[in-house]
Design a protein around this ligand. Structure first.
Ligand SMILES: [Zn+2]
Length: 333
């Protein structure tokens, strides 16, 4: 039976999510977007094949469209795959944060730990192997180890591998596909994809590949940006200052609960739990502050203090900008 949960507390001040930080990230994502090489317009929904789609916003010259059938939001042009590979080959913002161990542990505590605790609550006493595909800097695996899982990370061409090994986190440099899925993922108890599917041209392909390599006992955990949301609306209203959520060509997809369900279903997977949460209210405040040069330190303390409470209301109204779903392979799948 599908169950739902909303809201997650987060302290974005602890993560230095200032307006100055936002300006810096904005310059980087804007460069990636403005320089993007692409061909042909895409107007058909890549998830359900629906032809009734409309333009939502044009961000850094790249259009996003929304499917009226399944609610999926997607980049409305075909971005050159070589260009996408190029933008992931350089040093990224989060790699820099990774160099700072104090910030690394804050990210574990604020971002990874609540998610791992959530998965742990669904697993009872069972632990075993947790495989994180697209593990990035390994925050999730760091938290999973503390909860008693043995861990394995998979990340293609990643410069941080040495440091991850220094933390006792095993990482394989690979891109998971049909040819290597069984050998790489080793029939895990938990198989996670945090912030991975939205970056892929065909997010269903990796799910179909891993589906053949797991059993119905494996818990598949997926986090993706969610649509509709207040953050989506911020991007629509203020496309020139966006720094997250709708950032083409990094995020090629923003998923509705329905569209994610369709992609999982096509891969023989069934959603069990949905957890919707986000940073939407903080995003709105940041968007209105940035063009006016109002740093977060100038926000009234009582305004900063209500960020999580307001977010809870937004989550309850279906406006969260993120979701984590857990799914399992259908026994007939
Ligand atoms: Zn659709």
């Amino acid at each position: 039976m599908l169950t739902k949960k909303v809201w997650k507390h987060i302290n974005l001040e602890r993560l230095n999510r200032t307006i100055a930080w936002r300006r810096e990230v904005h310059e980087e994502v804007k460069v990636d977007g403005v320089r993007a090489r692409y061909s042909g317009a895409r107007t058909v929904c890549p998830v359900c094949g629906g032809e009734d789609t409309e333009e939502l916003a044009v961000i850094f010259s790249l259009p996003y469209r929304e499917c009226r059938n399944c609610g999926h939001a997607f980049c409305g042009v075909a971005v050159d795959p070589d260009y996408i590979a190029e933008i992931y080959s350089g040093e990224t913002n989060y790699l820099r944060e990774y160099a700072d161990m104090d910030m690394y542990l804050r990210r574990v505590e604020e971002i990874a730990e609540p998610k791992v605790a959530y998965v742990a609550s669904l697993c009872g006493d069972r632990r075993g192997l947790w495989v994180d595909v697209g593990c990035g800097c390994g925050h999730t695996l760091y938290a999973a180890k503390q909860h008693g899982w043995s861990t394995l990370g998979i990340e293609p061409g990643f410069a941080a591998m040495e440091t991850l090994n220094g933390l006792g986190i095993e990482i394989i440099d690979a891109f998971v596909d049909e040819s290597n899925a069984s050998a790489l993922i080793r029939n895990p108890d938990v198989l996670s994809f945090f912030g991975v599917l939205e970056h892929l041209e065909d997010p269903g392909a990796i799910l179909r590949a891993v589906s053949g390599a797991i059993t119905p006992e494996t818990k598949v955990v997926i986090q993706v940006p969610r649509h509709p949301s207040l953050s989506s609306f911020c991007c629509v209203c203020m496309p020139d200052i966006t720094v997250r959520h709708m950032i083409p060509p990094q995020h090629l997809h923003i998923f509705s609960e329905e569209s994610l369900g369709i992609i999982l279903g096509d891969a023989g997977l069934e959603i069990e739990h949905v957890w919707a949460f986000g940073q939407d209210f903080y995003e709105l405040l940041s968007c209105v502050s940035m063009p006016n040069d109002i740093e977060t330190s100038r926000w009234p303390r009582s305004l900063m203090g209500c960020v999580n409470d307001v977010q809870r209301v937004l989550d309850e109204h279906g406006l969260s900008d993120n979701m984590i779903v857990t799914a399992t392979k259908r026994r007939d799948g």
